[in-house]
Design a protein around this ligand. Structure first.
Ligand code: DX5
Ligand code: ZN
Length: 217
């Protein structure tokens, strides 16, 4: 399965969004963290930032909705141009209906699991999703340390996906750095979100290239 690097713009210089996206033109996706101060104790931005990103950059947009009531809001992010929309299992009311709606509008649908959320309730509906995001920090903030104890869930999920003959991507998000990416790849993740590791580096593109190389090993 192809290795995909998805820098998170959470800690980028949002006043220079076009320039910050340009810095990561060697990445596969740009990850946009939407927070509402209800589902998580932090507040970021919404649809207009997706629209701006689409206007100023060709990079595909991966919207990570850390919001209450994604059933109501997710379709608007597809309309705004998001190429992938991921909502949280802990927040959604009707995951199958919402995934079908997102896919029906032409975007990829992702299901996010916070670190303590198990996959058991979702095994039978895995085929409704293009991606499962296993959070490797508690959602809400960039710059937190990687939770290695999520790796058994990633490994089990990769195994279940293979047994079902699905092509589902597994994304990991939180604390992904040059020191942690290899163990996440080893466990079976193929899509890696990295915020601080990329945007706090002197050369963001070099950091993307380095992460890609380490994930391939
Ligand atoms: C955290 C967000 C992440 C965050 C990752 O809730 O979902 O996408 O930007 O930042 P780092 O890579 O610094 O942990
Ligand atoms: Zn995220």
């Amino acid at each position: 399965m192809s290795i995909l690097i998805s820098p998170s713009i959470l800690n980028s210089d949002i006043g220079n969004l076009a320039g910050e996206l340009d810095k990561i033109s060697n990445a596969d996706w740009a990850h946009v963290d939407v927070m509402d101060n209800h589902f998580v104790p932090n507040l970021t931005w919404g649809v207009p930032v997706i629209e701006a990103a689409k206007k100023y950059s060709p990079i595909p947009i991966d919207a990570h909705l850390m919001i209450a009531d994604p059933d109501r809001w997710a379709p608007g992010f597809v309309e705004a141009g998001a190429d992938s929309v991921t909502f949280h299992a802990e927040a959604v009311s009707a995951p199958i209906r919402l995934a079908r709606e997102i896919r029906g509008m032409g975007a990829r649908a992702g299901l996010a699991l916070s670190p303590a959320t198990q996959i058991d309730n979702y095994i039978d509906i895995l085929d409704e999703f293009d991606m499962v995001l296993c959070m490797t920090v508690e959602p809400g903030f960039g710059g937190q340390p990687f939770l290695a104890n999520v790796m058994p869930k990633v490994a089990r999920l990769r195994d279940l996906i293979a047994k079902k003959g699905l092509e589902t991507w597994i994304q990991v998000d939180g604390g992904i750095t040059a020191d942690t990416i290899a163990q996440a790849a080893e466990a079976g993740a193929n899509n890696f979100v990295a915020g601080s590791a990329v945007y706090k580096a002197e050369d963001a593109a070099a950091s993307v290239a380095q992460l890609r190389e380490l994930a391939h090993k």
